[in-house]
Design a protein around this ligand. Structure first.
Ligand SMILES: [Zn+2]
Length: 303
């Protein structure tokens, strides 16, 4: 499935998905019945009380460039979280299947430097971590880069993120393929970055504007649509929860006001949608639901 937004073509590449207890977010039955039960099944399995946590990347082709957003976990990593440990997923094969072999990626952008957003930056070759996308420029936002830099006097990785910087970020810098940029960096006529901090210190989203249409690739500003309506709900692991909640609120407001599309990093099918405002709450409207495609400029391409 490919989408067209203005002159941009958007595709999703899945790495993996797994179940997460919904009760980590909330046990509020009234809220669940009102806002979650009407959503597609991946957002809540009412029998198991779990939701599907998807790990995927977004591919944007626009302005003569092919951009990969958030390259997931990577294969063969040693990680403390079972879902991410010693993985073996045909991620690169899936990229090639949609006509985007690794060599064709021009830009890699990581919304932040958690293990599930920069894993495929590198691959192990002859005992050395080397860039997976040999012709790409990898954009790292300066504040996020500094936050994880293990050369700092007092690096402070989360337990689940130990070794990620040295395996997935430093080798890119040493290969000469990294560009350290401001959180407001302009990539091309249609693509720019904007700070969306809190989940991590330098968390940044990617903004697409083309022919009057807007789309936001929001990384982990949101993990589940429940947080659109209730920004205070969270799964833990944030650098600054208070800031993360404020960011969720302001990003939902902006997307709602602009009638933009939102492309989060972990939403289950249909994986993207819009946000409306009703009864003093923001509400996630999944793609495919009535009215979700707004002006009709967005077209689903076959294949
Ligand atoms: Zn994530």
């Amino acid at each position: 499935m490919a989408l067209r937004i203005g002159r941009a073509q958007i595709e999703r590449v899945a790495e993996q998905h797994f179940s997460v207890p919904f009760t980590l977010l909330t046990e509020d039955r009234d809220f669940i019945a009102r806002r979650i039960s009407p959503l597609p099944g991946g957002f809540l399995d009412p029998a198991a009380m779990t939701f599907e946590f998807s790990c995927h990347s977004w591919i944007i082709r626009v302005d003569g460039r092919t951009v990969l957003v958030d390259p997931c976990n990577g294969n063969g990593r040693t990680r403390g979280v079972p879902q991410f440990d010693d993985s073996d997923f045909p991620y690169l094969e899936r990229l090639a299947e949609i006509g985007v072999p690794a060599e064709s990626i021009d830009i890699v952008f990581c919304t932040h430097l958690h293990n599930d957003h920069c894993g495929w930056n590198t691959m192990l070759r002859k005992g050395k971590w080397v860039p997976t996308f040999p012709n790409a420029t990898y954009l790292f936002v300066d504040s996020e880069y500094r936050r994880w830099d293990t050369a700092r006097a007092e690096p402070h990785p989360n337990d689940f993120n130990v070794s990620v910087f040295d395996e997935c970020v430093r080798p890119i810098v040493e290969s000469g393929r990294a560009e350290i940029v401001a959180a407001t960096h302009s990539i091309s006529a249609s693509l720019s970055l904007d700070p969306a901090t809190g989940h991590t210190e330098g968390h940044t989203m990617l903004c697409l504007t083309s022919e009057g249409e807007h789309a936001y690739f929001t990384g982990d500003v949101l993990h589940h649509p429940a947080q659109v309506s209730r920004p205070e709900l969270h799964l833990g692991g944030c650098d600054n929860l208070e800031t993360a909640i404020a960011t969720r609120r302001s990003v939902c407001q902006r997307i709602s006001e602009e009638n933009a599309l939102i492309f989060p990093a972990h939403f289950s099918a249909p994986h993207y949608g819009r946000i409306t405002h009703e009864a003093d709450e923001y509400v996630f409207v999944p793609a495919g639901a009535r009215g979700s495609l707004g002006t009709g400029v967005i077209r689903v391409l076959s294949g």
